[in-house]
Design a protein around this ligand. Structure first.
Ligand code: HEC
Ligand code: HEC
Ligand code: HEC
Ligand code: HEC
Length: 200
């Protein structure tokens, strides 16, 4: 039966090729397992940055991360539109221009006033306790001066919110994306699933 022998030989050599080829090419199963055991770093995957982000002046697990910018969302920015070098406004101007701003931020001696945060020499900037100038996009530096615990939680990812997906570049929300710096406490509100008591 030469036909049958030929088929067997063909089959056997086919199997041999299948078994040997991957090993020869260096892509055997064990190689794959070893490759997969390399530490996987999701930060190394290059993803495009969303619009309106700035790089945080701080590191996270040894790498860079980004934060949503603020200047493009502040209605009265730049402040220098009205605040020039000299004070030419009348006092009641403040009520007209900033009457909506009510400072409800902490109590007692530590509570901040306008000049604890805004740079009196140049209102287009913020400034901290040591009079260091801080850009509005980096206001987390200002908040962190008094709220260092929340800030280090924020750097580590335990406070706040990540804007992008877990993979790729890390972009987070700014403190002022969530908290109004003038009145940082959230208003109390009912849970969205609240329904009226049955006896009403
Ligand atoms: C539309 C004009 C206008 C813009 C824009 C504006 N201001 Fe003013 N601001 C005024 C006027 C008018 C006053 C009152 C007179 C004064 O103190 O110069 C005032 C006063 C202030 C004061 C003193 C308030 C007080 O009670 O003593 C601060 C602080 C201030 N502005 C901060 C800012 C900051 C920060 C910005 C930008 C984020 C800004 N302003 C943008 C018009 C403006
Ligand atoms: C000069 C110091 C100082 C700076 C700067 C500062 N805070 Fe505060 N903040 C305080 C004090 C003091 C309290 C009151 C703490 C308390 O009652 O225990 C407070 C309270 C708070 C609270 C809790 C409010 C509540 O009533 O429960 C939040 C939220 C907050 N700050 C957010 C911020 C954010 C966001 C920034 C930056 C825009 C900021 N703070 C900048 C001093 C500061
Ligand atoms: C705890 C720090 C802090 C204090 C105190 C503070 N500010 Fe601000 N203010 C900020 C920050 C930060 C922003 C930018 C907020 C953002 O990113 O949206 C801001 C924004 C503003 C703006 C622009 C608001 C808008 O949306 O157009 C004005 C005007 C202003 N502040 C005036 C004042 C005045 C007047 C006082 C005092 C009565 C004051 N601020 C006290 C931190 C502070
Ligand atoms: C994604 C929104 C978000 C961001 C971003 C955020 N916070 Fe908060 N923060 C919260 C919430 C929610 C609470 C709890 C408020 C409550 O219990 O009423 C809170 C509470 C706080 C408190 C009150 C004390 C506490 O720990 O409960 C402080 C102070 C504070 N945040 C500061 C900051 C600072 C500083 C930053 C930036 C470095 C920041 N937050 C960024 C949402 C945010």
């Amino acid at each position: 039966m030469p036909k049958l022998r030929l088929v067997t030989i063909l089959l056997l050599s086919g199997l041999l090729v299948l078994a040997v080829a991957p090993a020869l090419a260096g892509h055997g199963i064990m190689e794959k397992v070893k490759e997969a055991n390399e530490p996987f770093d999701s930060l190394q995957i290059d993803t495009p940055l969303p619009k309106n982000t700035v790089q945080v002046k701080e590191e996270y697990q040894g790498g860079a991360f980004w934060v949503l910018s603020r200047k493009d969302s502040i209605g009265r920015f730049p402040c220098s539109r009205c605040h020039g070098k000299k004070k030419s406004f009348k006092r009641e101007g403040a009520a007209l221009a900033h009457g909506d701003i009510e400072l409800v931020h902490g109590q007692g001696e530590e509570r901040p006033e306008c000049k604890s945060c805004h740079n009196e020499k140049n209102l287009d900037l913020l400034s901290d306790k040591k009079d260091r100038e801080i850009d509005f996009d980096h206001s987390y530096q200002l908040c962190g001066q008094c709220h260092f615990r929340q800030k280090s939680d924020w750097v580590g990812g335990a406070h706040g919110k990540r804007h992008t997906y877990w993979i790729g570049k890390r972009v987070v929300w700014n403190c002022a994306t969530c908290h109004d710096p003038h009145s940082p406490r959230f208003k109390k509100r009912w849970p969205s699933t609240y329904s009226l008591p049955l006896d009403k």
